[in-house]
Design a protein around this ligand. Structure first.
Ligand SMILES: Nc1ncnc2c1ncn2[C@@H]1O[C@@H]2COP(=O)(O)O[C@H]2[C@H]1O
Length: 227
């Protein structure tokens, strides 16, 4: 018995333990991490079980472990803000419903620009081709004969985007305003390809809309003054 405990064969039982724990885990990262440890025990076993290591088995297990390791790195990158530069980390604050991985994907299709003069972003009654996020400077919204300053870190054009309708207001960015923008068609394509991303973006624009409604005044033509 003592001999068995100190033999190479015991390594298979450690591998079995880690694989079993891994397959019981629901979280993909934990599952893969435990399986990776299990693979390491298998490789040690194949190395020590004979006078000559079982190279074919070591190669097969090593290849699978390497693929698993690459996927673990991808998962960590998707779940963390690690490797985001400081500008991206700031913009990520405006995307609370997206995972870091989803955010990176969305940002790949975006452009960031600084208005060199007064720039019309949306015009009432016209379909928006772009959706904007104001990250610095000033943008003014014109609606119902009233001018409002668009709050920083707000989306512009999400109403038309969600409703597939024309812009409900005109918005002009002032000189020096910095905004990130996406082509509406690119965003729609991305959302069609991934249901989780679709849900995360709809939740995001809905939250942004709720914040705008919270700040807004009743519409002038529907106000009934209390006496
Ligand atoms: N009451 C409001 N408060 C804040 N932003 C608004 C308001 N009405 C319209 N907007 C923004 O102005 C944009 C004009 O185009 P959209 O209607 O597509 O989306 C609109 C919103 O992003």
């Amino acid at each position: 018995m003592v001999d068995y405990i100190f033999s190479a064969a015991i390594l298979v039982h450690f591998a079995l333990l880690f694989f079993s724990l891994g397959f019981l885990a629901r979280d993909q990262l934990i599952l893969r991490g435990l399986v990776l440890i299990g693979s390491a025990f298998y490789i040690l076993y194949y190395f020590n079980i004979n006078d000559t290591p079982l190279w074919d088995a070591i190669f097969a297990s090593g290849t699978m472990a390497l693929i698993n390791f690459a996927m673990i790195c991808t998962l960590i990158l998707e779940r963390t803000t690690f490797a985001m530069n400081s500008d991206q980390s700031v913009i990520y604050q405006c995307f609370p419903t997206l995972t870091p991985g989803q955010f990176r994907k969305v940002m790949r299709d975006s452009e960031t620009t600084t208005a060199s003069g007064q720039t019309v972003l949306c015009e009432t009654g016209h379909l928006n081709e772009r959706l904007y996020l104001l990250v610095a400077g000033k943008a003014v919204m014109y609606k119902g004969g009233v001018e409002y300053n668009v709050p920083l870190n707000s989306f512009i054009g999400e109403v038309g985007f969600l409703n597939q309708s024309a812009a409900s207001a005109s918005v002009t960015a002032q000189t020096g305003a910095v905004f990130v923008y996406w082509q509406v068609s690119d965003l729609r394509k991305m959302m069609r390809r991934s249901a989780p991303l679709n849900n995360a973006l709809i939740a995001l624009f809905s939250t942004d809309l709720a914040r705008k409604v919270e700040r807004s005044q009743p519409m002038a033509d529907t106000v009934k003054f209390a006496t």
